[in-house]
Ligand binder design. Sequence first.
Ligand code: NDP
Ligand code: OXD
Length: 312
Amino acid sequence: MNPMRITVCLTDLRPESWIEGLRAALPEADVEVWSPGAAPADHAVVWAPPQRFLDEQPHLRGLFNIGAGVDALLRLKLPPQTRVVRLDDAGMSVQMAEYVCHALIRHFREFDGYEAEAREGRWSYRKPRERQDFPVGIMGLGVLGERVARAVAQFEFPVNGWSRSPKAIDGVRSFAGEGGLDAFLAASRVLVCLLPLTPDTRGILRRETLGRLHGGRPGGYLINVARGAHLVDDDLIALLDSGQLAGAMLDVFEVEPLPAGHPFWRHPKITVTPHASARTLRDESIAQIAGKIRAMERGEPVAGVVDAQRGY
Ligand code: NDP
Ligand code: OXD
């Protein structure tokens, strides 16, 4: 019997360590880097593959993305029987919790202000703020959002969560669906976006929604760690410049890398990070993907299979 064939197509990434790790984790398989014209494989491990790659892979059983977000993958024409599988945490949720708690606490405790004053040699206190006045709203309570919500709740902030279906998470007030969005926004002052990018969520961070934070009062804060296309950039800038929003920490952008002249780089109320909030960890990811390939081959269910209709 021919060995199972696994092809690896990682655009803009060096594939060598992935190939080595996958060969070690799946010694029974034939693991190769894809090149145009290569023989079709049984499974693929991918990041941003070109359409040509998929056109040449009509028999794929599993298409394993080395990220959690599959919006770019779902824009391609996929072989009909192929199951698309996203990374399921694989070490990302703890990083996301660190990032969001850092952004939240840095804003709430005014650490940027202290840092600026310390640079001027000034020893000055600020009036302590009430955490009850800084309810945090997390959009998306999936693998990453739930972990973030639990981490934020540990710091005793009021936490609201918004998802398609209602959730029961200790310390988190659940809002669901279109009908729950207005009440969720009104009850939240710091907004964290951890939604997948789908036709329903594209542009969801815009003037009308961001303007409703904190019951429409000024002082909201945005943390976007999901996808740049969730945000309408000009609306954010207008809300910051008018004083309606107090600031934003942004990790993701419609065009990445963020173009040199983009106003986000120099805006005094915006902190930019380079899509670094939760990095793919190679060893954890290889172990997870190898386990799922074996489970699929045994005909067992695997976690993280994407529903293409839903978009995540
Ligand atoms: P999941 O698929 O596990 O969770 C998605 C959540 O969003 C679910 O709670 C889902 O609701 C909710 N949701 C989806 N559509 C809607 C909608 N229309 N209205 C309300 N809620 C909705 O995803 P992950 O938590 O693993 O990842 C989330 C996103 O984070 C990824 O898609 C990716 O874009 C981004 N990401 C960013 C990274 C970075 O480095 N910046 C790293 C990794 C991921 P329900 O539970 O009811 O289905
Ligand atoms: C992901 C990402 O989706 O890195 O995993 O954004």
